[in-house]
Design a protein around this ligand. Structure first.
Ligand SMILES: Cc1cc2nc3c(=O)[nH]c(=O)nc-3n(C[C@H](O)[C@H](O)[C@H](O)COP(=O)(O)OP(=O)(O)OC[C@H]3O[C@@H](n4cnc5c(N)ncnc54)[C@H](O)[C@@H]3O)c2cc1C
Length: 447
């Protein structure tokens, strides 16, 4: 049985020593003379840690990439400025999965269903308690227009081999006792959707990476990166210096500013997602719950322009649409969220948005109306401007990779994103499904 990962930065000396054979600590700069360049340490610091591969960012994308690279036997270190799961990967709703692999799996199928398999691997085969359940999901349909839209979507998805069905309210109530009978129907994904605890899951991936030989280095805020031809990278944090041959950016909503350290424009912007929770209640909601309102609206106009990613709930201060997702946690809290707002890196929840979301949730699961929000929180999601993930090698740069742009579903899609990135780095060959997420389409050199 695997141990539950706790605070990696406070691990005992014996636990840390697991990786000493894979990690070289270089004191002084003599070793680096051979590379023909001087590290930052030549300017004052005297300790440089070396890892074959450095990953910046200890969210789901970074932890999953580290886990799979370590499984390939590669020497890998995560640098994280806070703790593992201290940003979006620890703050999300915990929804995962999708409608299935379909007859012709594309990148989305790989990311959603491949990740589901990896969640199962860690929870069931490796024994991590991530509160993972393959719960299924229900999406409420509020209007006739939405009903026609969802009916067509279900028909088309079924004919493409996806596992999805349309239920009337009575059928939905039979499998989800608190669901509203007042809506027109529900889209049901019986098998492909699941849920898990965000913090426990992300920490489990980091712990599994560490158990496979990776080094986790938290409390390391990366402030400068130097490139030297194809010799590798020198990465300076507020505390130390690290050198590597291969660098992986898994910095979520902060890919823009971290890209600037490398002279790159990475078109990922932070989008605030916010959530609220009731007090703990007896088990009442068993699946993940959402509403068709937003997918219907975005199918007509996704709101994207040159500086705005698709599928946001707001433009400026104006609400365009309501969006909803939620579930009941193992601790009994019913949690819901949905807003996606471009407010920079602010993670202060907006109470008005929370109230709109609570009203929306109570239209789908009536019991919610009786229970006020007792806590709220928010996090920054990494939205790419074109709405697609950015996973792969940075063009015209040696040994530089990115795993990001996973937007509002990077918890559920992060495990497979990390595996595909790790396979690419390990083999030197791009997995064919990553053609869709190739950074070459949008990452450019800064002027
Ligand atoms: C409220 C909310 C609800 C959501 N619900 C869901 C959901 O139900 N299902 C789902 O799949 N997804 C959901 N998401 C989206 C999901 O959380 C994100 O897509 C995912 O967590 C992104 O993972 P990441 O590893 O790319 O980024 P993050 O988790 O943000 O990790 C990036 C890490 O990089 C670190 N970092 C940044 N800059 C530096 C630096 N200079 N030096 C060192 N470290 C640095 C940060 O500290 C951070 O820990 C939700 C998000 C929010 C906010």
């Amino acid at each position: 049985m695997a141990q539950q990962y706790s605070n990696l930065s406070s691990k005992s000396t014996s636990e840390r020593s697991v990786n000493t054979d894979r990690r070289r600590v270089i004191t002084g700069i003599g070793t680096l003379a051979a590379t023909g360049w001087l590290p930052f340490s030549a300017m004052g610091q005297n300790k440089v840690s070396e890892s074959e591969i450095l990953i910046i960012g200890g969210g789901m994308a970074g932890a999953a990439t580290a886990f799979h690279l370590a499984q390939h036997g590669r020497s890998v270190t995560i640098l994280e400025r806070g703790e593992i799961a201290s940003e979006a990967s620890g703050q999300n709703m915990g929804g995962l999965g999708g409608p299935g692999w379909g007859n012709m799996p594309d990148l989305q199928s790989y990311l959603t269903m491949g990740s589901l398999e990896i969640f199962k691997q860690l929870q069931i085969d490796m024994g991590y308690d991530m509160e993972f359940r393959q719960s299924g999901s229900l999406t409420g349909i509020h209007t006739e227009e939405q009903y026609d839209f969802i009916k067509n979507r279900v028909l088309s998805q079924k004919s493409n081999g996806y596992d999805v069905e349309l239920l009337n309210p009575q059928e939905a109530r039979a499998i989800e006792p608190e669901i509203s009978l007042g809506l027109l129907g529900y889209m049901h994904l019986p098998g492909g959707r699941g849920q898990a605890d965000p913090v426990k899951s992300t920490q489990a991936f980091a712990h599994a990476a560490q158990n496979s030989g990776a080094t986790i280095n938290t409390g390391q805020n990366v402030t400068a990166i130097r490139v030297h031809g194809n010799s590798g990278y020198s990465v300076r944090t507020d505390k130390a210096e690290f050198i590597c041959q291969t660098l992986v950016l898994a910095t979520g909503a902060w890919c823009g500013p971290v890209g600037k350290l490398l002279g790159l424009n990475i078109p990922i912007i932070p989008i605030r997602g916010q959530m609220w929770a009731t007090k703990s209640l007896p088990p009442r909601i068993f699946q993940t719950i959402s509403s068709a309102e937003s997918s219907f609206a975005w199918s007509r106009d996704n709101g994207a322009d040159e500086t705005t990613p698709p599928n946001l709930t707001h433009k400026g201060n104006r609400r365009l649409v309501r969006h909803l997702y939620g579930r009941q946690r193992k601790n009994g809290e019913i949690i819901f969220g949905g807003d996606r707002e471009d407010v920079g890196f602010s993670t202060t929840p907006d109470p008005m948005g929370i109230e709109v979301n609570r009203q929306h949730a109570s239209e789908v699961v009536t019991v919610v109306a009786n229970h006020p929000a007792v806590r709220t929180w928010a996090g920054s999601m990494p939205f790419s401007l074109d709405g697609s993930p950015i996973i792969g090698k940075i063009p015209d740069r040696d040994n530089l990779f990115i795993v990001s742009g996973l937007a509002s579903s990077g918890f559920g899609r992060g495990p497979m994103a990390g595996k595909l990135a790790a396979d690419y780095i390990h083999t030197g060959h791009m997995p064919h499904v990553l053609a869709e997420s190739d950074p070459a389409r949008c990452v450019t050199e800064a002027e």
